[in-house]
Write a protein that binds this ligand. Structure first.
Ligand SMILES: Cc1cc2nc3c(=O)[nH]c(=O)nc-3n(C[C@H](O)[C@H](O)[C@H](O)COP(=O)(O)OP(=O)(O)OC[C@H]3O[C@@H](n4cnc5c(N)ncnc54)[C@H](O)[C@@H]3O)c2cc1C
Length: 385
């Protein structure tokens, strides 16, 4: 039987980052169990965007910290293994005066928390995004600290480093049951045998709710289908991720390192819909609003299309930290479309909770599962795509 100090269920960006933050603190007796391949959940399907321009204090504070870590990681040992952070910014386009006023309020909030967003004029927008048509744009919020990075390079960097540090990673191994006894968890039954563990972290994305149900833990998560597509590759046209905030479904476009444009927009979908139920009508729905800003998109070819889940909580903030009723069970999920960018800070706060009993960032403490029981929900308006 395998024995470990810490068992992490889920080999997405959250599970890997939590393991890395533990390793940084000298703990390497860790097992990660992934039911398929690393990044096979939402991580490998994400749009790679990273930003601190949110509307809740919690998100802004946590993401400011996360971006500092993204940069530090890119410059350090993870960078040598391929992790990078391309700080090209985010551009939020408003077509309504009301949205322009909201943006002004948001800039004040961001600046008060140390995030240097600002409202920019159309001339500056044109410099940042040369091939854009600006007709009808009434205001632009620019987040210069935001950026992008490849989920695949990041996963490989974490994987290679964690393996070197002695972390055991079991792929194509599914946790079928979490073993518990009174107020403690003590291991798991997997598709390949039993694992004994002193502490368990569940970072299992779309399966988290079902995995925790037998323990009497109710996690209010919905797996909401989202679609994305990639065009053929072009030379670099612009660096920022561009968001059309005033069109329902909030379409956005970002150019990837490969040169392809990733385009996405939220279209109405039933929760839990199978990821094989592909929607061909998504393509015109996502591209048409963006053609207003980028007329040349009419002549691009779509090379790839896929679906993935936003694992969403009722208040669009993640669920972090210890699970009430258990002394040694932790959770990190429900990122509501922001789990890739949050991964570095997720790793830190969960590692601190496990090793020190509390995280060093207060904002994380408000994101525990109990907030739903208490009705202490937090509001986030800037959910994109
Ligand atoms: C189209 C799209 C665009 C997105 N764009 C962005 C973006 O620009 N920026 C951003 O920050 N976020 C984005 N997201 C969200 C982001 O992808 C997720 O929030 C993030 O990847 C969550 O990572 P995770 O590790 O928590 O979950 P996952 O990546 O889902 O990892 C969970 C892992 O657990 C494994 N697992 C599940 N059950 C078990 C079990 N029983 N035993 C063992 N393993 C198990 C799964 O196989 C999976 O690999 C996007 C998502 C989508 C779908």
């Amino acid at each position: 039987m395998i024995k470990t100090r810490i068992l992490i269920v889920g080999g997405g960006i959250s599970g890997l980052s939590i393991a890395y933050s533990l390793v940084k603190r000298g703990v390497n007796d860790i097992v990660i169990v992934e039911k398929s391949y690393l990044g096979s959940g939402s991580t490998g399907r994400c749009a790679s965007g990273i930003r601190a321009s949110f509307t809740s204090r919690e998100h802004v504070v946590l993401m400011k910290h996360s971006i500092e870590l993204w940069k530090k990681y890119a410059e350090g040992e993870l960078g040598k293994h391929g992790l990078y952070y391309n700080q090209g910014g985010y551009v939020w386009l408003a077509s309504r005066e009301e949205t322009a006023k909201t943006m002004e309020r948001l800039v004040k909030l961001h600046n008060s928390l140390g995030v240097p967003t600002r409202i920019i004029g159309l001339d500056e927008l044109k410099k940042l995004v040369p091939p854009i048509e600006t007709k009808g744009v009434v205001s632009v919020l620019f987040d210069p600290t935001a950026g992008k990075s490849s989920p695949f390079s990041t996963i490989f960097a974490f994987y290679n480093l964690l393996r070197k540090k002695g972390v055991r990673i079991y792929l194509h191994t599914s946790v079928e049951e979490i073993l518990h006894n009174n107020k403690r968890v003590y291991g798991a039954i997997t598709s390949k045998g039993k694992i004994r563990a002193e502490t368990i972290v569940v970072a299992a994305g779309a399966s988290t709710r079902k995995l925790l149900e037998p323990l009497g833990v109710r996690v209010p998560l919905k797996n909401l289908p989202r679609h994305a597509m990639l065009t053929e590759a072009y030379r670099e046209a612009f660096k920022p991720l561009v968001i059309d905030w005033d069109t329902p479904g909030v379409p956005y476009i970002v150019q990837m390192k490969s040169g392809s444009f990733l385009i996405a927009r939220n279209i109405d979908e039933e929760p839990e819909l199978s990821l094989y139920s592909q929607r061909i009508d998504f393509m015109p729905k996502a591209v048409k609003p963006l053609v207003r800003f980028f007329p040349w998109l009419r002549n691009t070819r779509i090379m790839r299309y896929w679906m993935g889940y936003y694992i969403t909580t009722p208040d669009h903030h993640p669920i972090y930290g210890p699970v009430k009723g258990y002394e040694n069970l932790y959770i990190a999920t429900g990122f509501s479309g922001h789990g890739y960018m949050m991964a570095p800070v997720t790793g830190e706060v969960i590692a601190e909770w496990i090793l020190n009993g509390k995280p060093s960032i207060d904002a994380a403490e408000r994101l525990v599962l109990e907030r739903f029981e208490k009705g202490a929900l937090i509001k986030e308006l800037a959910v994109v795509g």
